[in-house]
Design a protein around this ligand. Structure first.
Ligand SMILES: NC(=O)c1ccc[n+]([C@@H]2O[C@H](COP(=O)([O-])OP(=O)(O)OC[C@H]3O[C@@H](n4cnc5c(N)ncnc54)[C@H](OP(=O)(O)O)[C@@H]3O)[C@@H](O)[C@H]2O)c1
Length: 254
């Protein structure tokens, strides 16, 4: 199978890197692009999601059904993954609502999807074998940006990001080759994510291009931890072009 990435940019199934990738939330959007790139580079690729069984266009992706909002689904799903392995934490959904209009169901559902569900799932994966494992967390620039009517979403993305940073010491203690990459992307051209919103997708980043940047970052990483910001250009004529920088960002003032 052809490798669509230049040799220095792609994931590899060689003895130096994982031959397996698992994408939690790999059925649509950015997660699907990350999974496709893994598969095209020859990695065995497992994708988790509620609609995993419907991935008819990608027969080479190995589907595993998982609903992160349902503790029983997390407890029952198959978490056996050969080591070394890349594990992408991508699953998510957006909520643009002021707090007073947010229902109990939305509060509970989004918290399960963006934080407690993946944390439970990850605990199972990590308990199954000590490593080597490379965790790649897709948080968001919303973890540090000032936003309006996105209180819950931003708070959960900030929690996801700091959970990931804090986990590094434990992971390295469990296995010296464990690695963690924290990615904070800006707006992506994924209409399903922004359902019901009027957005000019010509000014958003191409999820496949962002997936390429993420794979390059991940495969070049040697240190136990890296944090990367992938933000969209707003410069006239270059709208939506990804701008990559490394290191954390201080939260913006309210
Ligand atoms: N789009 C953006 O502008 C943007 C910007 C910054 C960060 N992000 C982050 O990037 C990540 C991916 O977003 P995207 O734009 O690719 O969104 P997307 O196309 O809507 O994909 C969301 C993924 O999450 C999975 N998912 C949703 N609910 C789930 C559940 N209950 N259990 C298990 N999996 C579930 C979906 O799979 P199923 O439907 O099959 O369950 C799907 O694979 C999210 O974490 C998001 O916060 C997005």
């Amino acid at each position: 199978m052809a490798n669509i990435l230049p040799p220095d940019e792609g994931p590899s199934g060689s003895s130096t890197g994982p031959a397996v990738a698992a994408v939690v939330g790999g059925t649509h959007g950015l997660g699907l692009q990350l999974g496709r790139r893994a598969r095209l580079a020859g990695l065995r690729t497992v994708v988790y999601g509620r609609s995993a069984g419907q991935l008819k266009d990608d027969p080479d992706l190995e589907p595993r059904s998982l609903d992160l909002t349902d503790p029983a689904s997390i407890a029952a799903c198959d978490v056996v993954l050969p080591r070394p392995v890349y594990v992408f934490w991508v699953a998510g959904a957006f909520l643009k609502k002021s707090l007073v209009h947010t229902t109990d169901e939305e509060l509970e559902g989004l918290t399960r999807l963006l934080l407690t569900g993946p944390v439970r799932f990850l605990r199972r994966v990590l308990s199954d074998a000590p490593g080597p494992l490379h965790l790649i967390t897709i948080a968001s620039s919303s973890s540090w940006r000032r936003r309006e009517h996105e209180t819950l979403y931003c708070a959960l993305k900030a929690a996801q990001a700091h959970f990931t940073r804090t986990l590094v010491a434990e992971l390295v203690e469990a296995h010296p080759d464990n690695r963690v990459t924290l990615v904070n992307p800006g707006g992506l051209a994924v209409p399903e994510f922004h359902t019901g919103m009027e957005i000019d997708y010509g000014t958003m980043m191409d999820p496949d291009e962002v997936a390429r940047i993420i794979w390059r970052t991940v495969t070049e990483q040697r240190a136990p931890f890296a944090e990367v910001q992938i933000l969209r250009s707003r410069e006239p004529g270059r709208e939506g072009v990804p701008i990559v920088s490394f290191g954390p960002r201080a939260p913006e003032e309210p």
